[in-house]
Ligand binder design. Sequence first.
Ligand code: MN
Length: 289
Amino acid sequence: MQIGCHGLVWTGTYDAAGIRHAVQKSKEAGFDLIEFPLMDPFTFDVGAARAALDEFGMAATGSLGLDESTDVSSEDESAVRAGEALLERAVDVLAELGAAHLCGIIYSAMRKYMEPATPRGIANSQAVIGRIADRAAQAGIKVSVEVTNRYESNVLNTARQAREFVAGAGNGGVGVHLDTYHMNIEETDMFSPVLDTADQLSYVHIGESHRGYLGTGSVDFDSFFRALTRIGYDGPVVFESFSSAVVAPDLSRMLGIWRNLWSDSEELGAHANAFIRDKMTAMASMSHH
Ligand code: MN
């Protein structure tokens, strides 16, 4: 199992210097991998990222949220095509980085919708995600769809919806990505969604209820980590946190990051790394019971 950190814990500026800084700080905080924000994979500096990963001996994954102009769950064919082209580029970037996972809100725009998703829009999204998963599989990359809260998408708000979505996304190779921050808003508990998606779960985000320090909010992490251990989960477990202390202009606005929940990224990251590893170690002892 790899324990990782979302890149926006460290900087909102993803030029070459920002990329190297984020990789270095993730390494120093004790993480195994960094999740790069690939909101614009066409401008992402692949060479700088590859060099930083090699320099610090780190693995990488990539995530993104689509926007209105690239919404693959739209009924507008031009938006669907633009979204597919963006996701194809994201796969190619990750292949160049030797990354094994693409995840996030890659099946719709990341925004508050004012109406429910339509059957045709969902079918469009499933078709694109199925093709992207095929392309990714050829490069050894697993594609996972992130279940998010109702204010960030209208397509996948629960693990059961995601199970149904991936079953209809063609090749059976699409995985489910669960995030404790979103689960805490939408699910009935933190245990059963993991069991419900045991065969599809391929990516995990660890976030607190206010997206700040782990253990200071209302997320029932013990139940969640117990469930991961119960199903023998072996995929990435990635810490995700946002504060107005680090601003990525588009993403911070869309996620509603208005408050300063922490200012010291190094302390926050080291704490999260220890928190996740301690929980996994403790839960692994259940095999002796
Ligand atoms: Mn997340």
